[in-house]
Ligand binder design. Structure first.
Ligand SMILES: [Zn+2]
Length: 62
């Protein structure tokens, strides 16, 4: 059980974990980052959501 997937990150916030994010509107635009510490981009132009949610965390190589 984890509620981390419910966390919404807003544009300009620091990316806490590399992986695949999607915006929280009905269109689910994806944003893929492999660099932790970058900032989230603005959501797409017609987005009715407020930010990005982690969809799939990247699996770090050993
Ligand atoms: Zn959207």
């Amino acid at each position: 059980m984890s509620d981390r997937s419910e966390q919404v990150y807003h544009p300009g916030e620091i990316v806490p974990e590399s992986g695949i994010y999607e915006c929280d509107c009905a269109q689910h635009y994806e944003y893929i980052t492999d660099v932790r510490g970058h900032r989230f981009p603005p959501v797409h132009k017609e987005c009715s959501g407020s930010g990005w949610k982690l969809k799939d965390a990247a699996h770090p190589s050993p």
